[in-house]
Design a protein around this ligand. Structure first.
Ligand code: BDP
Length: 720
C-alpha cells in the first residue's frame, strides 16, 4: 500500500537535511587550505581505490611515520572515499613505507642514493609478486614528505599505476619568519592576529597548531621563527621558553624546528648586564647559558634569527664591532647544541648618505669569509625592501666564502595586503632564476651552495599567516605560502606548474577549473607591478602602513623613507640614476651584469627607472616615449585586474559559493584600488612632468589634492 504522501515528504525532507548536514559542518571557509582532500571524480577514485588499500609502516615506526600514515588515511578517505587499513602483511594495493637498509627496497627497484635525509621516492613496484606503491626514504621525515607527495599527486587527479618519482630538497633550512609580537599583533600581517596564544600557552595547546604543522610539512617547510625580527628580549625568559617549548612539541612530529628572533641587547634587558658587547666575556657567557637553558627544554631548537643595527634595533655596531663579531658570538653559544644563527643583512642607515640600495653590500661584502660555520647571512631578494619588482640583491654571488640565505616576503606588505591577488610564485621564480654573473651562477645556485660542499643553505619567507579562518587573509594568498614552500624545496619548479598544483588541490582538479585559476595567478603579480610601480619604480607606497599610493611624500625625517627619494621625478624626467654617472650601485654587481644594468639601452624596461634617470621623451624598447609608456602600464594594470575578474567568473561551477563570493568581492576591491593607484600616480606624475596625457588616456577621477588628502590611520599590519 502506498504510504501517505505526507510521510514521504517528511522522509524526503529528513533525507535532504542529513545530506546537507556534513556540507554545513565543513563549510568552505578556506581553513583546509590545499589539504582539502575533496572527493575525486568517481572514475578516478575507482581506479585508485584497489591500488591503495592498505598501509604498511616501516619496522619500529616512530612518531613521524605515524603522522605520515595518519595523513594518508585522512587524504585517501577524503579523495577516494575509503581510508587504507594498517597492515603488517603485504597485500595487493599496499602503500609500503621503506626506510634505508630495508632489503625490499632493492626488490622494488628503489635507489635511495642522493636523496639526503629528507628526499623520497614514490614508485609503483612489485614486492614478492605483490603489486604495491613504495614510499622510500632514508628517514621517517622523508617518508612524511613522500606521503604528502603521493597525496599531492592524487589531488591533481593523476593516475597511480605508473608512479616513478624522486624528489629531494637542495636547501637545508626552509623556514618561515613570523613577524609576530608577544601581544599578538603581527607586523605586516593581514590575516588577523598571531597564531601563537602566548597568554594561554603552555597550558592550552591549540589543535590548530597541528594543522599549521601539517600544512607546512606538506610543502616541505622544516623550520619556523616564532617571533618578530623587531624582537622583544622577553621571549628568552624562562616563562616564555616554556611556551615556546610547548609549540616545539606540537611541531616536532612534522619535522618542523622552532627558532627565535633574538634581541641583541637581551643581556642588558633581561640578563642584568651593563653591556651587550660581543667581545665582553660576560656577554658571551650569558648567551651560552641562555642557549643551554633553551636546549635543556627544546633539544632540537633550531637557533636564532637576528636583525641587528637596522631600523633602530641594537647590534654589535653599538660597541664598534662588526656584524661578524656579533653573529659569531651568538654562533659560539649555539654551536655545542647544533644550532644556527641566521644573521640578517637588511641594514641601512640615515647617517649614511650613500644610495640605500648600496648600503647592505658595502657593510657585508667585506666580511666575506669572516663568519663561523653555523652562521648564515640572510639577504632579502632585492637591495631595498620587498618591492613589487626589484633587481636581485648584489650580495648574491659576491660572498663566495659565506653561506647566504635568501629572504622572501610572503606577506604582501607592498603588493596590496590580503585583498589584492598577487601570486608571488612568479616573483620568487624571477629572483631564483636570475644569473648573478658570478661564477656561482643563478641566485638559486648561490642559495643552494652549489659546489660548496655541505655548507649551510637556506631560504626564509616572511609568513602571511594569522588566526583568520583561512590562515592567509584570502584564498589566493594561500597560493603564496604554498609556492614559497614548493620553491624552497625545489627552486627549479616552474611557477606555473606550482600554480596548477595549487589550483587543483584548492579548488578542483578539473582542467576547466585549473586553467582560469592558473591564468589569474600567472598574470596577477605583473598586474600589481603595472598599477603600482611600473618600469622599475619602487617604494611609492604611503607612509608607515604602506597601504595605497604616496608618490608625492617627500617630508619624512629620513631621506630614504620618502617616495620622492626613489623616483626623483621632476619636469625633465624620472628615475634613480644608479649608473656610473649616479650612485654607481651597478658597480656592486658582477661586471657583465653591471654593464647591462649600467646602460639604459641594455637595461630591461621593467627595471629601467631603478637604474636610470631618464627624460620623459626617452624611447622605451617598445618605441613609445617613457611618458606614454608609463601611463600605458598603469592602464594595463587596471585592465589586467578586469581580466582576472572575468576569468574568475568562469570558475563559478567549480568553486564553492563561499570562497567564490569572497574572492569576487576581493577582486572588486582590487579593481577599485588598482584604479586608485593608477589615477593617483598619473595625477601626481602629471603635476610634475606637466605633460598632457597621451591620446586616449582617461584623466584621473579626482584631482591630486583628493588623493593626497586620504589617510588610513587604522590600516592593518603596522610596525611599532
Ligand atoms: C620592512 C618592514 C618592517 C620590517 C623590516 C625588516 O616595513 O616592518 O621590520 O622590513 O625586514 O619591509 O626588518
Amino acid at each position: 500500500m502506498a504510504r501517505p504522501i505526507i510521510t514521504r515528504v517528511r522522509r524526503l525532507l529528513i533525507a535532504m537535511a542529513v545530506l546537507l548536514l556534513p556540507a554545513a559542518a565543513s563549510a568552505e571557509d578556506g581553513f583546509r587550505l590545499w589539504l582539502r582532500y575533496a572527493p575525486l571524480a568517481e572514475a578516478e577514485a575507482a581506479a585508485i581505490r584497489p591500488a591503495l588499500t592498505a598501509i604498511m609502516l616501516p619496522p619500529e615506526p616512530g612518531p613521524v611515520a605515524a603522522v605520515a600514515a595518519a595523513e594518508l588515511e585522512r587524504g585517501l578517505a577524503g579523495m577516494v572515499g575509503r581510508a587504507p587499513i594498517r597492515t603488517t602483511r603485504l597485500q595487493a594495493g599496499t602503500i609500503l613505507m621503506l626506510r634505508e637498509g630495508d632489503p625490499r627496497l632493492r626488490e622494488a627497484g628503489v635507489d635511495l642514493r642522493g636523496l639526503g635525509d629528507e628526499g623520497f621516492v614514490l614508485r609503483s613496484a612489485s614486492v614478492g609478486s605483490v603489486p604495491v606503491t613504495v614510499i622510500g626514504a632514508r628517514t621517517e621525515q622523508g617518508l612524511l614528505y613522500g606521503s604528502f607527495g603521493l597525496l599531492r599527486h592524487l589531488g591533481q587527479g593523476r593516475a597511480i599505476d605508473v608512479l616513478d618519482l624522486r624528489s629531494a630538497p637542495k636547501v637545508r633550512l626552509r623556514v618561515l619568519n613570523h613577524w609576530d609580537n608577544l601581544d599578538g599583533h603581527v607586523e605586516r600581517g593581514y590575516a588577523g592576529d598571531s597564531l601563537w596564544d602566548w597568554w594561554l600557552l603552555p597550558d592550552w595547546r591549540d589543535p590548530r597548531l597541528t594543522d599549521y604543522a601539517r600544512a607546512n610539512a606538506s610543502i616541505g617547510i622544516n623550520g619556523t621563527v616564532l617571533n618578530n625580527v623587531n624582537a622583544s628580549a622577553e621571549i628568552l625568559t624562562p616563562r616564555y621558553l616554556e611556551k615556546v617549548a610547548a609549540i616545539a612539541d606540537m611541531l616536532r612530529p612534522y619535522g618542523i624546528k622552532v627558532y627565535l628572533s633574538a634581541r641583541f641587547s637581551a643581556p642588558i634587558e633581561i640578563g642584568g648586564l651593563q653591556s651587550a658587547d660581543p667581545v665582553d666575556p660576560a656577554v658571551g657567557r650569558w648567551w651560552a647559558q641562555t642557549a643551554n637553558r633553551i636546549y635543556a627544554r627544546i633539544p632540537d631548537f633550531g637557533g636564532f634569527l637576528v636583525k641587528a643595527n637596522s631600523e633602530g634595533q641594537p647590534g654589535p655596531g653599538d660597541y664598534g664591532r662588526s656584524h661578524a663579531e656579533g653573529a659569531n658570538m651568538l654562533a659560539r653559544a649555539l654551536a655545542p647544541h647544533g644550532g644556527v644563527v641566521m644573521w640578517r643583512a637588511f641594514v641601512y642607515s640615515e647617517t649614511d648618505a650613500a644610495d640605500r640600495a648600496k648600503q647592505a653590500y658595502a657593510e657585508f661584502q667585506p666580511l666575506d669569509g669572516r663568519f663561523d660555520d653555523n652562521v648564515i647571512v640572510q639577504v632579502k631578494n632585492g637591495a631595498i625592501d620587498f618591492q613589487p619588482r626589484e633587481p636581485f640583491h648584489p650580495l648574491f654571488g659576491a660572498m663566495p666564502q659565506t653561506p647566504l640565505m635568501l629572504e622572501l616576503q610572503i606577506t604582501k606588505e607592498y603588493l596590496g595586503f590580503a585583498t589584492h591577488i598577487a601570486y608571488l610564485g612568479t616573483l620568487f621564480e624571477e629572483v631564483l632564476d636570475t644569473d648573478t654573473g658570478h661564477p656561482a651562477g643563478t641566485v638559486a645556485d648561490v642559495v643552494a651552495g652549489s659546489g660548496q660542499g655541505d655548507r649551510l643553505t637556506g631560504i626564509a619567507g616572511v609568513a602571511n599567516i594569522g588566526d583568520d579562518r583561512d590562515w592567509s587573509g584570502s584564498t589566493f594568498n594561500q597560493a603564496n605560502w604554498y609556492a614559497f614552500g614548493r620553491l624552497a624545496w625545489d627552486a627549479a619548479l616552474p611557477a606555473d606548474e606550482i600554480a596548477r598544483e595549487w589550483a587543483a588541490q584548492t579548488f578542483s582538479p578539473r582542467a576547466e577549473a585549473i586553467a582560469p585559476v592558473t591564468d589569474i595567478l600567472m598574470m596577477s603579480r605583473e598586474a600589481v607591478v603595472d598599477y603600482m610601480t611600473p618600469l622599475g619604480l619602487a617604494h611609492l607606497m604611503a607612509t608607515d602602513h604602506h597601504y595605497g599610493p604616496g608618490p608625492w611624500v617627500g617630508d619624512l625625517a629620513r631621506p630614504e623613507w620618502n617616495p620622492t627619494y626613489y623616483h626623483r621625478a621632476d619636469r625633465e624626467g624620472i628615475g634613480f640614476d644608479r649608473s656610473v654617472t649616479g650612485s654607481n650601485a651597478v658597480s656592486q654587481y658582477a661586471p657583465a651584469v653591471a654593464r647591462r644594468f649600467g646602460d639604459p639601452a641594455t637595461t630591461p624596461d621593467n627595471l629601467l627607472l631603478w637604474f636610470h634617470h631618464l627624460p620623459w621623451d626617452h624611447r622605451l624598447s617598445t618605441g613609445e616615449t617613457l611618458w606614454a609608456g608609463l601611463i600605458a602600464r598603469y592602464d594595463r594594470g587596471v585592465a589586467r585586474v578586469a581580466e582576472m575578474d572575468r576569468l574568475w567568473s568562469r570558475t563559478r561551477p567549480f568553486v564553492d559559493a563561499e570562497r567564490h563570493a569572497k574572492t569576487a568581492t576581493f577582486l572588486d576591491i582590487q579593481a577599485n584600488e588598482a584604479r586608485w593607484w593608477r589615477d593617483a600616480s598619473v595625477a601626481y606624475f602629471q603635476s610634475v612632468s606637466e605633460l598632457p596625457l597621451p591620446p586616449g588616456a582617461a584623466p584621473p577621477a579626482h584631482n591630486l589634492d583628493h588623493y593626497k588628502s586620504l589617510t588610513f590611520p587604522h590600516a592593518p599590519g603596522r610596525g611599532d
